[in-house]
Design a protein around this ligand. Structure first.
Ligand SMILES: Cc1cc2nc3c(=O)[nH]c(=O)nc-3n(C[C@H](O)[C@H](O)[C@H](O)COP(=O)(O)O)c2cc1C
Length: 314
């Protein structure tokens, strides 16, 4: 299905705004499930995406955890990749050239084990052409604070956000960890820290055990649960966060159809990210964009933006 362009009018209108960032549609790929985009160039039309979010980047390259690192679970998967990545220097030298050639916004996901590291990566990325926004993964352990994840304590989540904002030349999206008691408190903390938008959820911590060997199925013992199994939890958290903050919210978690994506938008998400579903159908994001076109036409909407937060509770 194609857009019809009539001057500035686009029909069906799938455009959404994430603060100052305008996306031609609300569908992005979730970090860590889409490589550095090039891996998917022969599998789908990358230009149909609203934006691409690349694998999390740290200051130095990381080789990740030992295998096994992935386990299939009921309606989902557990991963303990351990944030394997090429590091910021190689990312800029080897991956950015290709990404700069894409006609879609590129969002770089960053991680660190100290506030200084988050700041240094941001500084390093700041002058680089072709980066539309930074997404900050705060589900990482703060090594200087005994390994407590930044995203599980409001004051640390706020401090990382402030540090990244101070150095960033592009909008900052902060990605929340769901492994907390009060997700709204975390969202408010990063909003206070200056986040331009908030994305959620990252994976839920889980584990799986092999009965015969009596050993954990993941070498790392515990890992992150993702896929359809987490969708109801993610949807609930997006709903709560959208009510708690005034910055745009991006929904993530178990989305593998247009219907799933639209549920997140009704709950208050301005856009969505597709993660684990890419492993099952690498074209899924494109299919979801098509499905949104059809939905807007079939339901006679002037724009998909009409759906954002339009959930009726009473
Ligand atoms: C294999 C794998 C690797 C991931 N790597 C990252 C990462 O580097 N940075 C990050 O912020 N999230 C990472 N995530 C989390 C996803 O981006 C997403 O938040 C999560 O999987 C929930 O969405 P889903 O159910 O659609 O997969 C990873 C997830 C998976 C499955």
């Amino acid at each position: 299905m194609e857009f019809v362009r009539n001057g500035d009018e686009i029909f069906p209108d799938l455009r959404v705004n994430i603060g100052s960032l305008e996306l031609k549609n609300p569908v992005m790929t979730a970090s860590g499930t889409f490589g550095y985009a090039r891996e998917f160039e022969n599998l789908m039309n990358l230009h149909r995406l609203g934006a691409v979010i690349v694998k999390g980047i740290s200051l130095a390259p990381r080789s990740g955890n030992p295998p096994p690192r992935i386990v299939e679970t009921a309606c989902g998967m557990l991963n303990a990749i351990g944030l394997q990545n090429v590091g910021v220097e190689r990312f800029i030298k080897e991956k950015m050239v290709y990404l700069q050639g894409l006609q879609i916004p590129v969002i770089v996901n960053i991680l660190g084990d100290s506030i200084d590291e988050y700041q240094e990566i941001t500084e390093r990325l700041s002058g680089v052409k072709g980066i539309a926004a930074i997404e900050v993964n705060i589900s990482c352990p703060n090594v200087k604070k005994g390994g407590v994840a930044f995203g599980t304590q409001a004051h640390m989540a706020k401090a990382v956000t402030e540090a990244v904002k101070m150095k960033s030349s592009v909008p900052v999206m902060v990605k929340l960890s769901p492994n907390v008691t009060d997700i709204a408190e975390m969202a408010r903390a990063v909003e206070d820290g200056g986040a331009d938008s908030v994305s959620l959820i990252n994976t839920l911590i889980g584990m799986a055990i092999d009965l015969e060997s009596r050993r954990p199925k993941l070498a790392n013992v515990i890992g992150g649960l993702s896929g359809p199994a987490i969708k109801p939890v993610a949807l609930r958290m997006v709903y709560q966060v959208a009510k708690a903050v005034s910055i745009p919210v991006i929904g993530i978690g178990g989305i593998d159809s247009t219907e799933d994506a639209l549920e997140f938008m009704l709950a208050g998400a301005s856009a969505v990210q597709i993660g684990t579903a890419n492993f099952i159908n690498p074209r899924v994001s494109e299919d979801i964009v098509e499905g949104m076109h059809r939905y807007v036409i079939d339901h006679n909407l002037s724009s998909i933006r009409e759906l954002i937060g339009a959930l009726e509770v009473k």
